[in-house]
Design a protein around this ligand. Structure first.
Ligand SMILES: Cc1cc2nc3c(=O)[nH]c(=O)nc-3n(C[C@H](O)[C@H](O)[C@H](O)COP(=O)(O)OP(=O)(O)OC[C@H]3O[C@@H](n4cnc5c(N)ncnc54)[C@H](O)[C@@H]3O)c2cc1C
Length: 329
């Protein structure tokens, strides 16, 4: 039964933020709370969106749909927030070695698709780029504050009765939430480093077993590491060493390290997000975006809002209903 109460979105990472903008567009009344006591992994993100993946240069899952939508979404959002944070930029993927180059060239007719332009020693990827996620989150927070819908506050279950429904956008922290911790998350800790150098290109992202991303202030970011053995929000010596090896292997010899970022990707075992409302319960989730929060969250926020309004069902591949047997409701 519908109440006159607002929805509550719990968490203002990239997931909660992007969903909140879609709630605003759809005129669904809501509040958004973000905890000062939990760390936010979105601030660590490189923010890259890249429609090509893997050794065989395949299109990422749903690339055509996701990438068309994300361009229009972030460009419109820059206007709404009067801010710049969306940076389309060509991405270059050199072939890993001579053997791989030959292997790919032999299969070029089968592998080729609209996102690729082939060069002698690698491929350019179209419709790639990056989002300055920290800037997007800060501008959005100010915007939500100006609308009177944002609070810096930790949600607790006793708050639930004040709301039509609770939508949990807690990222990695959902694995500590007794209600959602049954879901098959597979979190992955990651680190990246901001650095100064005169060596890498300023005009494109380099992607070779890692990435180097030029920033508007003249610095760069190198990333990213993956580990599954510990989940503290602190840098580790081994990951720092790994990032410096990535710099060397991408041809950067002289650099000055500026800052390290650490986060935990809310990845899932079936590599698909967790989206939707539980049946017979006023709890929903928008999570599981793993290492692709920037490219996945806009399209699935749009889908979630369509499902909440009863306009269109969610894609079964992302719907939380694939795990409804885990919830005794
Ligand atoms: C090193 C690194 C590099 C990455 N690079 C990229 C990249 O290039 N491109 C890309 O698309 N993705 C990248 N990612 C992944 C991206 O960071 C994640 O997909 C994204 O951060 C997930 O966002 P989220 O909103 O689900 O979680 P979070 O950003 O962690 O946000 C969750 C929020 O919920 C809040 N919260 C939790 N519990 C409560 C509560 N009870 N009450 C109130 N608030 C609560 C927390 O305070 C937090 O702010 C990277 C990740 C890492 C670690």
């Amino acid at each position: 039964m519908k109440t006159n109460k607002p929805y509550l979105l719990v968490g203002q990472g990239i997931a909660g933020t992007v969903l909140a903008h879609h709630f605003l567009q759809a005129n669904i009344p809501f509040k958004i709370w973000d905890s000062p006591n939990h760390f936010n992994s979105s601030y660590a993100a490189g923010g890259i969106f890249n429609p090509v993946t893997g050794r065989k240069l395949e299109k990422t899952w749903l690339a055509d749909e996701l990438f068309d939508y994300l361009f229009s979404f972030y460009q419109q959002l820059e206007k709404t927030l009067s801010a710049s944070f969306f940076y389309p930029m060509p991405l270059y993927r050199p072939f890993a070695n001579a053997e791989m180059k030959q292997w790919l060239m032999d299969r070029k007719p089968q592998i080729n698709h609209d996102f690729l332009t082939w060069e002698e020693d690698g491929v350019w990827v179209k419709q790639a780029g990056w989002v300055d996620v920290a800037s997007l989150l800060r501008h959005s927070k100010n915007y939500f504050k100006s609308l009177g819908i944002f609070s810096e506050r930790t949600f607790q279950e006793e708050d639930a009765s004040n709301f039509e429904a609770i939508i949990y956008c807690e990222g990695f922290h959902a694995t500590q939430n007794p209600f959602w911790n049954k879901l098959p998350f597979l979190p992955a800790k990651g680190e990246l480093i901001r650095f100064h150098s005169n060596e890498p290109s300023r005009d494109s992202i380099l992607n070779k077993n890692g990435f180097i991303l030029p920033l508007p202030d003249g610095a760069y970011k190198v990333g990213a590491t993956y580990r599954w053995d510990e989940f503290t929000p602190f840098p580790t010596a081994s990951s720092q060493d790994e990032l410096m090896s990535k710099l060397t292997s991408m041809g950067v010899s002289k650099y000055e390290l500026l800052e390290t970022y650490v986060g935990i990707r809310p990845a899932t075992q079936d590599r698909r997000p967790f989206v939707g409302m539980l049946v017979g319960n006023n709890k929903g989730i928008f999570n599981g975006f793993g290492s692709k929060g920037v490219s996945l969250s806009p399209y699935f926020a749009q889908s979630f809002v369509q499902a909440i309004k009863g306009d269109k069902e969610l894609d079964p591949e992302v719907s939380i209903h694939r795990y409804s047997h885990l919830f005794s409701v």
